[in-house]
Unconditional design. Structure first.
Length: 238
């Protein structure tokens, strides 16, 4: 709203492309975010979008700078968890842990606090503190039977930590609980369960193509063999 109409439209188009492409083609989304940033670097939404595009392409230092800029402009703390995760990406899990104890966390909504818990647990694992990571994830949100948008990811992270600690039976149980809550396929819990049970998936299309190739090869070999003259044939012709 602070931009002239034509400029606002140009910026908006680029932000729409960032949103459309960030999951399937993050590099292209990043390119669009840079255009928007060049056009309107003083708009908080642009800085936030640029941050997420940089984050998706693992440009964590750049992402952190953009998130900090957006936070300064808006005064909102909602980006705090992803800022902490950028610190993890930069190889600074201690800073991520310090952020988990800052007053900003108390200002987050429930989803943000769960996200911060996931980041903190990841930081513990980065530091080799596996048992502490498991304890960090143990919470009322984890124990609840209610399903929220973040439930599957929380249960999945807990299952993964348990498995890393060698607690396989518990891990299988929690991967199953994650799968129950995962309505939109945000995790690969089903694949992890199958892997634990020794199930190997084969792409039916690849299998059919392999059979077709094998059949074609056999047919070619038979044709080639049938077309060869034996010594006896050549003697008869002579």
């Amino acid at each position: 709203m602070s931009l002239p109409k034509t400029l606002a439209e140009d910026v908006s188009r680029n932000l729409v492309m960032v949103a459309r492409l960030i999951d399937e083609d993050p590099e292209q989304a990043y390119a669009y975010s840079r255009i928007a940033l060049r056009l309107a670097s003083r708009v908080a939404a642009v800085r936030e979008a640029a941050g997420f595009a940089a984050y998706a392409t693992q440009k964590y230092s750049e992402a952190l700078a953009e998130f900090r800029a957006a936070k300064r402009m808006t005064g909102s703390v909602e980006l705090w968890p992803v800022m902490a995760d950028c610190e993890r990406g930069l190889g600074r899990p201690e800073r991520a842990m310090a952020m988990a104890g800052e007053p900003e966390v108390q200002k987050l909504d429930k989803a943000g606090q769960v996200e911060m818990r996931l980041v903190a647990a990841g930081a513990r694992r980065d530091m080799g503190q596996l048992d502490a990571a498991i304890v960090t994830l143990q919470s009322s949100e984890l124990a609840s039977n209610a399903v929220h948008p973040w439930t599957a990811r929380l249960r999945y992270a807990y299952a993964d930590a348990l498995l890393a600690a060698g607690r396989e039976d518990e891990a299988r149980e929690w991967f199953g609980k994650a799968l129950e809550a995962d309505k939109d396929g945000s995790t690969d819990a089903s694949d992890r369960l199958a892997e634990m049970d020794g199930v190997e998936f084969v792409d039916a299309l690849d299998e059919d193509e392999g059979e077709e190739e094998a059949g074609a090869a056999s047919e070619s070999a038979a044709t080639a063999k049938g077309g060869e003259d034996t010594d006896e044939d050549r003697t008869s012709e002579a």
